[in-house]
Design a protein around this ligand. Structure first.
Ligand code: FES
Length: 101
């Protein structure tokens, strides 16, 4: 595993999302109910950035066609998306948010 610091924990409030560029990968970092989650930032339906979407109840809603994905598992919860988004291990050390991506 290679853990990389991607943000300070204080950069996000609950139900916020931000884009993260990491070695050519486009990731999204979320905070929901005090927990951090990281997924690929591009929707699996068409091209839209999930970091432009809405975080609610542990899910991200795509800004383009409103598909919703579970932040813990990446599972697509409703149409039009059918494929999951990739999720990555996250941990917090002090004020640092780290991802294994
Ligand atoms: S691009 Fe995300 S639901 Fe269509």
């Amino acid at each position: 595993m290679t853990w990389t610091r991607i943000a300070a924990a204080t950069q996000l409030q609950d139900d916020e999302v931000m884009s993260i560029a990491l070695g050519g990968a486009q990731l999204a970092l979320y905070r929901s109910a005090g927990e951090f989650h990281v997924t690929d930032n591009v929707c699996t339906h068409q091209y839209a950035l999930l970091s432009d979407g809405y975080v609610e109840d542990g899910c991200i809603e795509c800004p383009l066609h409103q598909a919703r994905f579970d932040l813990r598992t990446g599972v697509a919860l409703c149409a039009p998306a059918t494929q999951p988004i990739r999720v990555y291990p996250v941990r917090v050390e002090g004020d640092d948010v780290l991802v294994d991506a």
